[in-house]
Ligand binder design. Structure first.
Ligand code: MG
Length: 249
């Protein structure tokens, strides 16, 4: 928008606003309907009343292998968690999602192996395309746009908020899906907000396109798509638990 057009719109809206007589009683500025739905919070970390529970530690019923759409090969642990089984491939939800609120918990192994990008690398792929990095960065540096909590190779996190190796982390994510024109052009970029252990580390970050290991991110038109968790093929041994999601559209 040009500055001149913006100023013109501003003056028009100012005139409209000034034509409305300012209320002289408190009720005139109170809104009663529609009433927001009542949502009951779970005990800390567990699903609220309107969430879709994607993983509660009992089964993989809501997930399939991303490799061939067969049953998940990852380890289902007795403590209510799952662990990446090396070289069995990513897993993804059966359900497709648009804009979401997502909660999950993850931990890297206590016994560390290797360095840089090869130490407990996994990731949360929103709509199968946009990766929030999971990595054990404790005493383990790497490129900062690929460190834990990065929108991989796009968004450097605002802080490094990891628990010690071997202890659980929480990720609370708010993601708004991108919007495309009928012709397939991007008209609204996706955005992501990430709280890592309750600390804001991605603040409504505008995602630049699909994650690229080499080259620039690019948008390709798509609709709702699964949530995907990464097997980085290097014996990451990353575990997950307590995954739930709320649809925002
Ligand atoms: Mg990763």
């Amino acid at each position: 928008m040009s500055k001149r057009l913006f100023l013109a719109l501003l003056s028009v809206s100012a005139i409209v606003y000034s034509q409305e007589k300012e209320p002289t009683n408190p009720e005139a500025t109170e809104i009663y309907k529609p009433v927001p739905p009542r949502v009951v919070a779970g005990e800390y970390g567990t699903a609220p009343s309107d969430a879709i529970v994607l993983f509660d530690g009992k089964h993989f019923d809501n997930w399939i292998s991303s490799v061939d759409s067969t049953a998940v090969k990852w380890h289902l642990n007795k403590d209510g968690s799952m662990t990446v089984k090396d070289r069995t491939g990513n897993i993804q939800t059966k359900q497709n999602f648009g804009s979401i609120q997502l909660h999950l918990e993850w931990k890297s192994p206590k016994e560390v192996q290797r360095n840089g990008q090869n130490r407990a690398n996994s990731g949360v792929f929103l709509q199968q395309r946009y990766e929030l990095q999971i990595l054990d960065n404790n005493d383990n540096s790497t490129y900062v746009n690929g460190q834990v909590g990065a929108m991989y190779k796009q968004g450097v996190p605002l802080a490094m908020a990891s628990s010690p190796s071997g202890e659980w982390n929480t990720y609370d994510i708010i993601f708004h899906a991108p919007e495309f024109s009928r012709g397939g052009n991007i008209v609204k970029q996706a955005t992501v907000t990430l709280l890592h252990n309750g600390i804001l580390i991605q603040d409504h970050f505008e995602i630049e396109g699909t994650i690229e290991y080499i080259g620039w991110p690019k948008y390709e038109a798509h609709g709702k798509a699964p949530l995907m968790l990464q097997d980085h093929n290097d014996n990451s041994r990353v575990s997950f638990r307590n995954i739930w999601i709320r649809e925002l559209d």
